[in-house]
Design a binder for this molecule. Structure first.
Ligand code: NAD
Length: 298
């Protein structure tokens, strides 16, 4: 299948590589040359710009930071036309970015007017899941369009859930990430408390992992440096899932909560914690660096 892949960052890069390894004809593009070079090293061909990249593609996949990037790419800005205006009817567009459900619906409506199939398919599983091809996809859109997308999604993920109509994938994703933000902050707070009392972070983490405090952060993504070799915490909090991206997701959760009058006090507190952490100059570090709010490295 001919696939165009736009956005080759921490997640999009390994996802595009997995599609290439599975035998698809992938043409990819990112505004960052460094991101393009990394993927090109793995054998993926790079397009000149987004427009040139999607020419002749049956499937277009985007993996961009936030709503404004996805809207600008597909709908255009000012005089500049978006990709939807250039794609032929019948193209399948899969947006894997985490964005506002309202933005996903806006792009889906414009796609429908051009007889282009669209699903929102945000992911969970982190960069480890993207590299291993074991991501979880949370899909919003028509069931028939999901079936069309399934063979492609299966090359990048292990779990594919149909959350509901367009935008529902994004709603599921922000519920999940609100919980993740809370759990990572809480896990950091608990480890820091133990360490301040002289406990070994490795021993304490293992105790909690096997006890009632066990959670994904303790299983796969320990925030304390040196506890888990593969976690961003042990690599200077480089790569992974940026603090500013987590802040964006917690903001989306609060906007959504306001719209439906939901009470999300812990989500609101988590958003403020990550905002303060970002203001402290750590927006580009992996989100597990929130530990630094509670623990001072010696
Ligand atoms: P990233 O910042 O590493 O990568 C985003 C890439 O998009 C960058 O390389 C940037 O240059 C590129 N880009 C921006 N605008 C572009 C445009 N118009 N055309 C082409 N390229 C463009 O981000 P990431 O960590 O890969 O995350 C991507 C999305 O996935 C975000 O919405 C994030 O919330 C979500 N997500 C991330 C993780 C994770 O662990 N990193 C996990 C799940 C979901």
């Amino acid at each position: 299948m001919k696939i165009a892949f736009i956005g080759l960052g921490n997640m999009g890069g390994p996802m595009a590589l997995n599609l290439h390894k599975a035998g698809h004809e992938v043409l990819a593009f990112d505004l960052s040359k460094a991101a393009c070079d990394k993927v090109a090293e793995g054998g993926v061909r790079i397009g000149g710009d987004a427009n040139a990249t999607v020419q002749g593609a049956e499937v277009v996949i985007s993996m961009l930071p936030a709503s404004q990037h996805v809207e600008a790419l597909f709908l255009g800005t000012g005089q500049a036309k978006g990709l939807l205006a250039c794609l032929p009817a019948g193209t399948l567009v899969i947006d894997c970015s985490t964005i506002a459900a309202a933005s996903a619906r806006k792009v889906a409506e414009a796609a429908k007017a051009q007889q282009i199939d669209f699903i929102d398919a945000p992911v969970s599983g982190g960069t480890g899941g993207a590299i291993a091809g074991t991501l979880t996809f949370m899909v919003g859109g028509d069931a028939a369009v999901l079936e069309r997308a399934r063979p492609v999604l299966e090359k990048m993920g292990a779990n594919i859930f149909h959350a509901g109509s367009v935008g529902a994938g994004q709603t599921a994703k922000i519920c999940n990430n609100m919980l993740l933000g809370i759990l990572m902050a809480g896990t950091s707070e608990a480890i820091a408390l133990g360490v301040a009392n002289g406990l070994d972070p490795k021993v304490l983490s293992e105790i909690m992992r096997r006890s009632s405090g066990g959670n994904w952060a303790l299983e796969k993504y320990n925030p304390f440096p040196g506890v888990m070799e593969t976690a961003p915490a042990s690599k200077g909090y480089a790569g992974g899932f940026g603090t500013d991206l987590m802040l964006k997701d917690l903001g989306l959760a609060q906007e959504n909560a306001t719209a439906v009058k939901a009470a999300t006090p812990l989500g609101g507190l988590a958003r403020s914690l990550y905002a303060a952490h970002s203001l402290g100059g750590h927006g580009g570090l992996d989100f597990s660096s929130i530990l630094q709010m509670f623990h001072k490295a010696r």
